[in-house]
Design a protein around this ligand. Structure first.
Ligand SMILES: *[C@@H]1O[C@H](CO)[C@@H](O)[C@H](O)[C@H]1NC(C)=O
Ligand SMILES: *[C@@H]1O[C@H](CO)[C@@H](O)[C@H](O)[C@H]1NC(C)=O
Ligand SMILES: *[C@@H]1O[C@H](CO)[C@@H](O)[C@H](O)[C@H]1NC(C)=O
Ligand SMILES: *[C@@H]1O[C@H](CO)[C@@H](O)[C@H](O)[C@H]1NC(C)=O
Ligand SMILES: *[C@@H]1O[C@H](CO)[C@@H](O)[C@H](O)[C@H]1NC(C)=O
Ligand SMILES: *[C@@H]1O[C@H](CO)[C@@H](O)[C@H](O)[C@H]1NC(C)=O
Ligand SMILES: *[C@@H]1O[C@H](CO)[C@@H](O)[C@H](O)[C@H]1NC(C)=O
Length: 317
């Protein structure tokens, strides 16, 4: 094999770049994960909606129309409260609901697609709000409340799709009952999460009151007063971890580079030593043939000579 060490010296930087690149490639799923967080939190919230619909419908035992029924939640969700109310959709549209928990539903609210009877499921996520509806840079001043509409034709159905509930006239009002005071100087805001992960912020319509034209999840938040040095703990951890990953991959790259350099030097040394050995061998062979002066000329001669070389013109009798 014809291995030229000079070629490898030229190759080395590009090889090192390749290795660093491979290292980065290996850790990149970890980096990407953190930017994908809202997709997964949306699906977790959707899964919670499915579970809560199931439990809310369990509250109906020969239900009367227009009467709210509080439902039980599974024990691993203590802190969430849910309520279900069955309505004729015609009555919802023409009369509204004066007060359903914190929601004031005006005349003109309609569902799509049309059903004859529907169920309004109310959720109060309590201390689970942040778990399912995390909102970076904002602090919740009230629990997240949900209002979702489902078809009431089969009260033992699960996994029901939501109906699209919209106000066609006045907006639905949400009168939050338990709102913490916003920190000095910060402005409280209404937040609305639609069912597809869209988040919208708006001004309060009056003290502790928000309004909406559609169903979804609602709360009151305030911008976290940014203490510039300590970001939120998980964010800090995240960026810390990222920094470590980058530092580790760079160090790994450098270590690999050093190792490769060492290999090349070693190969060179080996080659040089081999050359030296060859030269030595050649020298030894040369030494074996002693140069002996014969007359005026030099001629190779063996150390042990059986017949001394003689010149032809030198006559020895
Ligand atoms: C809570 O329990 C329900 C069933 O009782 C289960 O489907 C759900 O995954 C559990 N959730 C958590 C967060 O433990
Ligand atoms: C909410 O509080 C209840 C007790 O009141 C507790 O069992 C539950 O784990 C808490 N939930 C969260 C997400 O901390
Ligand atoms: C939160 O605030 C920080 C600093 O003000 C900003 O860099 C970051 O993009 C914000 N995060 C979101 C999700 O808005
Ligand atoms: C109602 O839903 C349950 C569960 O999906 C199903 O087993 C049942 O057949 C349905 N009843 C009717 C009348 O569709
Ligand atoms: C809070 O606001 C009041 C009135 O705006 C002001 O007098 C007070 O100094 C503020 N306190 C802090 C800690 O900023
Ligand atoms: C993630 O958040 C962005 C902006 O906040 C939003 O546009 C996007 O729809 C969200 N993704 C999902 C899957 O909800
Ligand atoms: C929200 O309220 C603030 C302060 O009251 C005001 O300056 C701002 O214009 C309002 N924004 C909207 C969209 O009404």
């Amino acid at each position: 094999m014809n291995f030229d060490p000079r070629a490898s010296v030229l190759l080395l930087p590009s090889l090192a770049m390749l290795l660093v690149f491979i290292c980065l490639l290996l850790v990149s799923p970890l980096l990407v994960q953190s930017f994908d967080a809202n997709a997964s939190s949306t699906s977790a919230a959707r899964a919670l909606d499915v579970l809560l619909q199931d439990y809310a419908y369990k509250a109906f035992v020969r239900p009367r129309t227009g009467v709210p029924y509080d439902a039980r939640v599974p024990s691993n969700f203590t802190g969430i409260s849910i309520t279900a109310m069955r309505l004729r959709s015609g009555s919802l549209r023409t009369r509204g609901v004066r007060m359903y928990k914190e929601f004031e539903i005006p005349i003109g609210v309609v569902e799509q697609p049309y059903v004859e009877r529907l169920v309004l499921v109310y959720q109060n996520l309590g201390n689970w709000s942040l778990r399912y509806y995390s909102l970076p840079n904002y602090t919740y001043l009230a629990p997240v409340l949900g209002l979702l509409a489902y078809d009431a034709s089969n009260l033992s159905a699960t996994n029901l799709p939501e109906l699209d509930l919209r106000a066609s006239g006045d907006p639905i009002k949400i009168k939050f009952s338990d709102v913490r005071l916003a920190p000095n100087g910060s402005l409280p805001k209404c937040v609305w999460f639609d069912l597809h992960g869209l988040v919208k912020l708006s001004n309060l319509t009056s003290a502790n009151e928000c309004s909406t034209m559609q169903q979804g999840h609602f709360s009151i938040v305030t911008e976290s007063i940014a203490p510039p040095s300590p970001p939120t703990r998980s964010e800090g951890k995240e960026s810390n971890r990222r920094t470590w990953i980058i530092v580790a991959s760079v160090l790994g790259g450098v270590a690999l580079l050093a190792f490769l350099g060492f290999l090349v030097l070693w190969a060179r040394k080996c080659k040089r030593r081999k050359k030296m050995q060859e030269m030595e061998k050649a020298a030894e062979v040369g030494e074996a043939l002693h140069m002996t002066s014969v007359g005026d000329t030099k001629a190779p001669s063996a150390t042990v000579t059986r017949t001394q070389p003689t010149l032809e013109n030198e006559y020895v009798p």
